[in-house]
Each structure stands twice: as C-alpha cells, then as structure tokens.
Design a protein around this ligand. Structure first.
Ligand SMILES: [Zn+2]
Length: 255
C-alpha cells in the first residue's frame, strides 16, 4: 500500500516540481498522520539521496504556495518528527523510550513516564494608535528591511493578556489597553502556537530593547514599510486592522 508522505530533512520537505508530496511504500517506523495510514511522515536519512524530479524546500516557503490546511498538516508532521527525535530517552530516568502504539507519546518501559508533544504559546500583538497608525518593529536578527509586530513567548504562570503587556513594555517601552484576542496559528519554528491580539496604545514613549530590535515606529497605513509575507498571521493582522478583513477564516486560507 502506498501513502502520501511528508519526508523531511530537518525543516526542509521533499516535494516535486509542483510542490506535491511523494507517494511511498510504508515502513513500520513511519509516523502515521491519519488513522488509515494514508498519510505518513518520516525523516530522510543523511545518506539517502533526493529522488529524481524532487527537491527539498524549506517549509517556511510552503506557507506561500500551499493552502492553510496543507501547511498546517506539514507543520504538524515536522513537529511530531522533531519531538520523536528529541525524546528517544526518558527525561525522568534516562531509559530508552518506545513509541506508544496508538497515541503520540513516547513511553518509558522502565518507569512508566509518558512524554507528549508540546507547543509553546506565543503572543503576537498589533498595536494601534489613533484611527490610522500601527506600531511596527525591526527585529535585530532579521537582516532584511522587513518590519513586523511585537511577539514573544508566554512565561510560566502568566495570562495571555499579561504576556501582551509585558512583551510590549519590554520591547518598546509602551503601555497598551483594550487587549482583544483575534485568532491563532500553529507555527512550526520550532513548535509555537501564535496567538494574535489587538491592543491600543495607552501611554509611554518608544524605547526599544536594543538586543532584540533595531527600530520601532508608529507607521501610517499609507506609509507602511516592508511587512511580513502573505500567509503569516502578522500579515493577516495588519490587513485586518487596515481593511477590516477577518484574520483567519476556518474554511479558507489565511487572508
Ligand atoms: Zn523512565
């Protein structure tokens, strides 16, 4: 029996020239992504070559050519493979683990401890000021001219709204109000769940956190710099605030 396969080498996925997945023979060690086994995931071994007519494409690129559902399935595949690779041993007692027969869990035969895949919650916030301005910031690690939104990991013991307030204060020195949830997007770099919020400027002057950002400014809608690509939640959030379009439509792609 043949299955549709997500085959990765790290964060790169094997696809043909039309970005379609290969159909392969199933092996016992493959990760099942569908109950009937028609969709599987596996790693391309280091000594395995890329088959004729196929290429390895960074999955970040696929967000622009695939539908949202296709991209999310690829995200899920790469995260589960990475999780399995990183949990070969029990984190409690150090014994070698086994894959659970029916669940996504790595089981320790020695002490019975189960390790499950985890996602890291992140907040991403679009901050408005007045009717036609948004805050955009340039990340220090990004070598392009792209400006994006304020984002960061939720800390232990923190609510999502507290994370929004803390990240904004830390990164740009501003206080925000009227924090409202918009939508979410799984983002497999490496295993994040991006939760989108809208907030309004409340008080303070922009003071950037210099090891994180190189610039931050309020931009007028008609004078925006280079912004994140279509397919990212940041892009959809900017369009939402400017044009009133929904951030995500569950039946369709990212807008
Ligand atoms: Zn153990």
């Amino acid at each position: 029996m043949h299955s549709k396969a997500y085959i990765f080498r790290q964060q790169q996925l094997l696809v043909d020239d039309n970005f379609q997945l290969p159909q392969v023979e199933r092996f016992q060690h493959d990760l099942n992504l569908s109950e009937d086994g028609e969709i599987i995931a596996r790693d391309l071994q280091e000594d395995e070559s890329v088959p004729e007519g196929y290429q390895l494409v960074p999955i970040r690129q696929l967000v622009q050519v695939w539908s949202r559902q296709q991209f999310e399935q690829a995200s899920r595949a790469v995260q589960l493979l990475e999780w399995r690779r990183n949990h070969q041993f029990c984190s409690h007692c150090g014994h070698q683990t086994q894959q659970h027969v029916s669940q996504y869990a790595m089981v320790c035969p020695a002490c019975g401890y189960n390790q499950y895949p985890r996602v890291n919650p992140c907040v991403i916030t679009i901050i408005t000021r007045g009717p036609d301005e948004i805050l955009l910031a340039k990340n220090a690690r990004n070598k392009t001219q792209m400006y994006s939104l304020i984002a960061g990991f939720v800390e232990v013991g923190e609510t999502l709204e507290e994370a929004v307030r803390r990240e904004t204060l830390e990164e740009v020195g501003l206080q925000v109000k009227n924090i409202k949830y918009l939508a979410s997007q799984p983002w497999p770099f490496p295993s994040n769940l991006m939760m989108a919020f809208k907030a309004a400027y409340h008080a303070g002057d922009i003071q950037i956190q210099e090891n994180e950002l190189t610039d931050a400014q309020f931009f007028k809608f008609n004078q925006l710099p280079e912004i994140p690509f279509q397919g990212s939640i940041a892009h959809a959030m900017i369009m939402h605030v400017m044009n009133g379009t929904p951030v995500a439509d569950d039946t369709k792609e990212w807008l």
